[in-house]
Structures are given as structure tokens and as C-alpha cells.
Design a protein around this ligand. Sequence first.
Ligand code: BGP
Length: 475
Amino acid sequence: MTLLKRVKSLPENFVWGGATAAYQVEGATKVDGKGKTMWDDYLKKQGRFSPDPASDFYHLYPEDIELAKLYGLNAIRVSISWSRIFPTGSGKPNQAGVEYYHKLFADCFANGIEPYVSLHHFDTPKTLFDKGDWLNRDTIDKFVNYAKFCFEEFTEVNNWFTINELISLAFSQYIQGNFPPNHHFDVTSAIQAEHNELLAHAKVVNLFKDGGYSGRIGLIHVISPVYPYPDNEKNRHAAEIEDAFMNKFLLDGTFKGEYTPETMKLINELLEVNDASLKIEPGDMEEIKKASTRNDYFGLNYYQPSFVEAYEGESTNTFNGTGEKGTTEFKFKGVGKHVKKPGVAQTDWDWNIYPEGLYDTLKRISREYPNAKTIYITENGLGYKDKYEGIGKIIDDDKRIDFIDQHVEALLKARDEGVNVQGYFVWSLEDQFSWANGYNKRYGLFYVNFETQAREIKKSALWFKELGETIKKNN
Ligand code: BGP
């Protein structure tokens, strides 16, 4: 009996993977000389949940890579934890950390799973975080040195990403306040962090290309399309400002090598209303410009759009980090407030389910940013309270299958119309720790019993396998 629904087959040589991030799966935060990240003390103090043992991928990766192979995947997204390699962000490399990643990559290759490796996934070493994180330009220099070390050491890696979701980090740290250091609507820090992270990315891309390292390099942006609701002139303008802040500023910088006048007009409007500013230092834009044509590919994460109505009042927000449906609130002064569009379903965490948004985004990227070249969907998935059925029992997650199926369908539609999308990584390979939500927001194809670390199969994994088997290889 087939589990396939809308999508019946995948293109030849399609990359079909699962995504993870070091801090979310590895656990083992205190072993083998690992240094602290920005999260360790923060989470301890917060007392809601611990990053240990997460999915204990540090020890159990052979089991997870084997599952990936068994269930039809041909690729995996992992990240290197900077503080495993350089416990305080710089200095002498920690051999145990270096060895761990060599072993992990070797295991991937032995199983026919291609690793796509990010250098930074929300986990700045604590020492650098304490000195200002990306707001301190010294972090940029340290990041470039760390990247150089990785390019020279991990020559087996063919596919690199510099930084994961620059905007999410800046937004969660300085606007939404749900990542350390928990600032709310600190617009100056947010826009500065966006710029500084982009500069760090550009420097690393230029280093990679000038150094003649082999392989491909790019970065990952999450794109959240912004739709006015109701659709009227005022709300359209609100949507444009939010889009500039969340998407366009970084897309322009990454692929056009400038913040275009049109984008800056919107950004300046936002900065002015919020009494904020952005500092661009001499030489920054040259570096960014130089890198803008040198990305080999673009990692696009897509979860949800926002629907926006103009809003003139003071900024305020409530983050739903528990899965209690209907508790999210977001109102951004001079930008807009998020509204629910009738007819659009939402998850328990109030995320809009809207596959059309992925289609619209892909079309937009190919139309407006030809330098993005090849696109991979590097994250997409459904956070869900999966129900454990007992040892060895398949977990029924039809909702997740529907979600992925509809998004892959949207992707293939854009591809049929000429958008160069070559792969899809589901978030996530297995259940893992979620930064501001803990352990009940599950995304995996594989269920992790966090008490015993046993893995169970979800129905979505069976579906993933069946669809993965339709991929023909010709190289
Ligand atoms: C992306 C991140 C991931 C992951 C995912 C789901 O922004 O790159 O690390 O966490 O979103 O988000 P959450 O865990 O908040 O549901």
C-alpha cells in the first residue's frame, strides 16, 4: 500500500535530506573539552529545560545516520559547534572536537549520506557572546579564523554554509526577546547584528574563494513572506516594511552586494520611528559586494508567512514557547501587527501553515536574485506534539506527511516553472531540542524518547522513504 498522496515522484538526482543543528541534537555539552555556548548558563538560569542530553547525537550519530540511510535519505544537514573546536572561540584547537567531526563525516560518507555543514547555527561561544556576540566586530574576525581552520582541516566536506538564519538570530535576540540576551524591540542592535553577520559571511566566502578551497559555499536565510491583511494600501506598506526588515535587507546584501535604495528607504522609515540607527564602516560594502556573486548556492529555510496589518501603537509581543494555541502576540511600532488570516490553519505554536508562501518565495528569489543560483530548501517542517505509542510502535503523524507533501508539491511547481531548486531537507531528521520551546515541539522523522534515547519510527519516515526511492541517479 502506498503512502504517497499529492507528490508521486522526485526529480533525478534530487537531494533528499534531513536537517539538524549541533546544539539541538548533540547533547554532551560538557564533554571532551567543549566550551560553553551562549546558551549553557542562560538555560540553566532559566530552568525550563536542559540542552543535555538532547538527542545524544554526539554518541548516537551512527544509529541516526543508519536510520537516515534506511529511510531513503541521501543527505544530512549538520553544524559544527564552534566551541567544540575552539572552546573560547579562538586559540588552540581542541583535538577531541576535531576528531568527533571527522568521525561523523566519515560515517556519513560510509552510508552514502552527503553532509551539508554549517559553521554557525545559533551557538556563538560564550566568551564571544559575553563581549557582544555579532555586535562586536571582533567576533567577525574570530569567525573568519575558525572558518579558515575548518576549511583546512575538514577537506572531506564538499558543501559548506557559513551562517544559519542570520535574521532569526538577530530577531530572536533583539526584537522578540526569546533568545539571550532577551532584548525586546532593540531595533539598533537587531539591524546591526544583521549587517555584521552578513559581513562575516561575506568575509568567509571571499576567504574560501580566494583560498581556492574545493567544494561549494553559501549561506542560509529563512524567508518569511509578508502578506497584507486585509489587503489595502496602508497594510501593503506595513507588509513592505516588515519584508524589508525580515527578508529584503539580507537578500539584497547577500545577492546584490548592496542594500538597494528601495530597501533602505523602508529600513530608514523603520529606524526613524524606532529611534534606531545602523553603522556601516568603510570597506564593509566592498567586501559584501565582492562576495555577492561568489555564493555557489543558496540555502532557503521556509516555515511560514506573516499576515500584517498597519500598526501605530507601541511595540509589544508575547512569544508562544509552550504550544498553547492562540497565545502569540506581535505588534511592532511603525511596522505592523501580526493578524490571523481566516482560512489559514495554524500549528499549536501559532505558525501559519501556508505552502503557497514557499512557491511565492521561490518565484521571487529566482526573479529578483539571480545570483542565488542553485537553491536548496534547507529547512521546512511541522512542529507537532507527537504521541508516543510504545517501544517498536509506529507513530502516526499524518499531519506532518500532509505538511511536507504540500510544501514539496509547491517546490516542484516552482521548479517546473524554471526555478532551480535541487533539494529539500526536512526539519528535522529526528526530534531534537528546540531553543525556546524545549522538548515537546517535535519535528523529526524519527521520534526520540528523551528519557531512554530510544528512536522510534514515525509514519512520515516511511513516507519519506517511499518518495526517496523514486529518485533516479545518473551520476
Ligand atoms: C529554525 C532554526 C532551527 C529550528 C527551527 C524550528 O529557525 O534554524 O534551529 O529550531 O527553526 O524552530 P523552533 O525550534 O523554534 O520551532
